[in-house]
Design a binder for this molecule. Structure first.
Ligand code: UFG
Length: 329
């Protein structure tokens, strides 16, 4: 068996793809998830322990039994507009939960940590594409909670022998090409999921939030990355840390932006459904454009994306959406 890796949030959308990838590489995986939005069927490798990160005592027990060599931390609240409405909930889950985890790691001598950060830490960046050294200036509580944890990690790594990698995700989308996993949350809000659910008839129409942004067609621009490429970025980061790599931060994107209208057009083409759209006001907390400068992770971690193709990303999301309805019935 390979190294013991504890994955928080491993029953969720991104976490489950990473757990599957870890299993394929022979790692010994344990998922810790409170199942607030995740699903037990999505954990395809190793055991699942249902535990909330706010329950520090239970977390200690899990660490004592499993004795992880590294931790990959996904468990968090992740919806930008919800964070604007429920900031305390976001800071509690994302900051207090992570502090509990880091304290328990320290107590048990675990020295390798991979953190799910986000492009939302940049706020409204002055330059696009966004380089990792851009000052962090989040404009919503979600981004702020993640930036706070990054700060904690930086300070902690200076003061201890814990090394971390923070991966700043851009817009993660698509589904497992083998069709076993995908976005399963009923409450999902992300654009590509909304497009395929509207195409499937689960939603009556798609909202387009804001058409007066300072972008070429007035809608927001994002850098969409396939979830399985992102999973491989975690494997690369883990191998880097296990080989003695030092703390670092990497953007995870492809370096190319698509507007909401461009995504909708491609989604209609891929699904073959001319689904209805409604133009709506701007959504609170949305920056106009987020596109990664995406070279550092390729250079330092040797990450090579395989699915840099928006049509393919949407096609896998569509394939999954048609299957999801049967799984969750
Ligand atoms: N959008 C719509 N209609 C929808 C859903 C989204 O128009 O039904 C728009 C949003 O207003 C935004 C764009 O599509 O302009 C993308 O929105 P998403 O909800 O798909 O994703 P976000 O950009 O808000 O956030 C995601 C992650 C963040 C990350 C960010 C960075 O959730 O963690 O991408 O690129 F920071």
């Amino acid at each position: 068996m390979g190294a013991r890796i504890l994955v928080t949030g491993g029953a969720g959308y991104i976490g489950s793809h990473v757990v599957k990838a870890l299993g394929k590489r022979g790692f010994n995986v344990l998922t810790v998830d409170n199942l607030s939005t995740g699903h037990d069927w999505a954990v395809l490798s190793g055991e699942l322990v249902v535990c909330d990160l706010l329950d520090k005592e239970k977390l200690r027990e899990v660490f004592s039994v499993f004795r992880p060599e590294a931790v990959i931390h996904f468990a968090a609240s992740i919806i930008v507009p919800e964070s604007v409405k429920l900031p305390l909930q976001y800071y509690t889950n994302n900051v207090v939960g992570t502090l509990n985890l880091l304290n328990v790691m320290r107590e048990h001598g675990v020295k390798k940590f991979i953190f799910s950060s986000t492009a939302a830490v940049y706020g409204i960046p002055a330059d696009i594409p966004i380089k990792e050294e851009t000052p962090l200036n989040p404009i919503n509580p979600y981004g702020s909670s993640k930036a706070t944890v990054e700060r904690v990690l930086k300070d902690m790594s200076h003061a201890s022998d814990i090394d971390y990698v923070a991966l700043r995700y851009f817009n993660v989308a698509g589904a497992d090409p083998e069709g076993e996993l995908g976005e399963a949350k009923e409450s999902a809000t992300h654009l590509i999921t909304m497009c395929v659910r509207t195409a499937a008839g689960i939603r009556p129409y798609l909202n387009i939030f804001g058409t007066d942004y300072p972008t070429p067609d007035g809608t927001c621009v994002r850098d969409y990355i396939h979830v399985s490429d992102l999973a491989e970025a975690h494997i690369a980061a883990l191998e880097y840390l296990l080989d003695g790599g030092s703390s670092d931060v990497f953007n995870c994107g492809y370096g190319r932006g698509y507007s909401v209208l461009e995504v909708v057009k491609i989604a209609k083409k891929v699904t073959g459904v001319d689904f209805p759209v409604e133009y709506a006001d701007r959504r609170p907390g949305d920056p106009p454009a987020l596109v990664a400068h995406a070279q550092k992770i390729r250079d330092r971690l040797g990450w090579q994306p395989r699915y840099d193709d928006l049509e393919y990303i949407i096609a896998t999301a569509w394939q999954w959406e048609k299957k999801r309805v049967t799984i969750l019935l």
